[in-house]
Ligand binder design. Sequence first.
Ligand code: SF4
Length: 381
Amino acid sequence: MSIRPYRDVIRRKSRQIFVGDVPVGGDAPISVQSMTNTLTSDPKATIGQILALEEAGADIVRVSCPDEESTRALKEIVRETNVPIIADIHFHYKRGIEAAEAGAACLRINPGNIGSADRVRDVVKAAVDNNCSMRIGVNAGSLERDLLEKYGEPCPEAMVESALNHARILEDNDFTNFKISVKASDVFLSVAAYQGLADACDYPLHLGITEAGSLFSGTVKSSVGMGMLLWSGIGDTIRVSLSADPVEEIKAGYEILKSLGLRRRGVTIISCPSCARQAFPVIRTVERLEERLAHIQTPLTLSIIGCVVNGPGEARETDIGLTGGGKGNHMVYLSGMTDHKIDTDGMVDHIVDLVEAKAAELEAAEKANPASPLLSTRQSA
Ligand code: SF4
């Protein structure tokens, strides 16, 4: 039993599949995905974007394969990158076969959309032969006509039925190495569809609120929708869909998971909104620190608080803390204890040095004892 049960997320028990070497489902960490928006037929641009996504922490990256030039380029893309690549296929079963042969780790494909039973069998065979998993991706905006007629409009029941119909086609081909998504741009519809699907099967679920919008509004909408699901234990891999640089999707994905204690990566900054009591410019300081600390991967916590109203309390719970003090004398806390004072000039450089040193210390401790996970003061921050 946890000492803080109100923070526990009891995850739905799903079966586990692999996307390349990344486990999805079961007790695997919830993976964070994004998708390239370069032309896949331009391998140089696509490889560059995938490497940037890797740097940001992407576990898996999806690329569209709309034509033969794309699946031809896929081989080079897979060879020159490190994360597993999912090939996004719509309708053209041959692209699915080509993508599996080119080294895709997973195909995003709806078997009900690719035509005859023979074609499905050929795609399944290519997936099995090439150790490739699949994702069934139901989207409220492209539900099958018969389901729309049956239900009158896109609704959770129609989405679940669509997903299970696609799943059955694969099961009939003895293929169960897949995950499922039921995305909608409407939060209520998405959440209800995922809840229905979570009850109806034990396949791992890929969460997403589709076409969520711009960086700001899309992140908020995705956080609300995925937050409800993740908090209730549903979801094995996530993608935040934003009309923005895909790297932002990875950052948003991690922040969502970090806020629920489901993943830990990099520096989590706890900072106050600032007010007339602030003893240093909190907002600018946090912006500069976020930028300067983006390279840190080791999970640790940092509190940047403008004054003593909340500073000492937050600092007690974090690895490194800074609390604004009178006459430009700010208190630095290490592992929750007061340590030394610092003035406003050079404060950012000093905190960066402290965080880098703490990260190195945690990494060295982990190397010495790989069995114990990296431990920071505020475990669930
Ligand atoms: S911690 Fe202090 S500076 Fe920050 S918002 Fe609260 S009262 Fe204002």
